[in-house]
Design a protein around this ligand. Sequence first.
Ligand SMILES: N[C@@H](CCC[C@H](N)C(=O)O)C(=O)O
Length: 290
Amino acid sequence: MELRFTKGHGTGNDFVLFSDPDGAIELDADDIAGIADRHFGVGADGVIRAVRSARLPAGADALAEDAAAEWFMDYHNADGSPAEMCGNGIRVYGSYLIENGLIELAEGESVAIGTRGGVRRLTRTAEGFEVDLGPFVVLDGDVTVSARHLEVARPGLPVGVGNPHVVVALADDAELDAIDLSEAPGVSPAPPDGANVEFVVPADPLVLDGVGRIRMRVHERGSGETLSCGTGAAAAALAIRHWAGANAPDAWRVEVPGGVLGVRVLATPEGDHVALSGPAELVFEGTLEI
Ligand SMILES: N[C@@H](CCC[C@H](N)C(=O)O)C(=O)O
């Protein structure tokens, strides 16, 4: 079977996207891992299928949550495992839906998108997109994280933003640059569903003109070290905000190896939400033999 695909990225977190409006294309984990393979496939951190919510069991939940969520982001990591949410992916997905005439979205307008983590509202901005990632949880607990070239295990803070993260604060840029993320960090106790792990260094000063500033590297569950992780940037900002205490800002600038992302905490009638903003680029199109 021939599969027409588009390659895109958000701050270097790259994705293969394809359309399957009626949910007719069946790919298993090995097929997806083959597409994402950087030597034998197209190469990507994740694979995104554009499918109508009405055509998927998980999409039925999305439609029950918000009947306007016509499109579902069917997201899989590079190893073929499904994930609840992808903060960079959903911006690139928005761009893909627009480019392919599947939705119309002018600057300032927003659209509801179904994901396994729930419906997310995506707004087109001058720079790209902002996505409301919804409510979040920061869980104080006794978690430690080890990594190669990190001398002693460090405390980690579990943060949930639709998908699971553990955030570790490091002392300085030298320590951040030294860690080797070619192997998955060890998280103890092991999270039941695995976790994305973010290593973060606060800038000096931490807050400039009311905006918190951090640098981050990430090891993504199911994909390894990536140049960026949108939900990871949100989790990292939320963790540092939590540690910084009462006077910490709500707006954050997160520098990742692939660029810069914006994070802000939004007060909503249902409680605090976290929102992520950044660019979305479509790079090339091609055809794959599956
Ligand atoms: N890169 C993504 C997160 C993708 C899913 C993640 N690896 C997981 O398994 O939860 C992002 O930009 O948020």
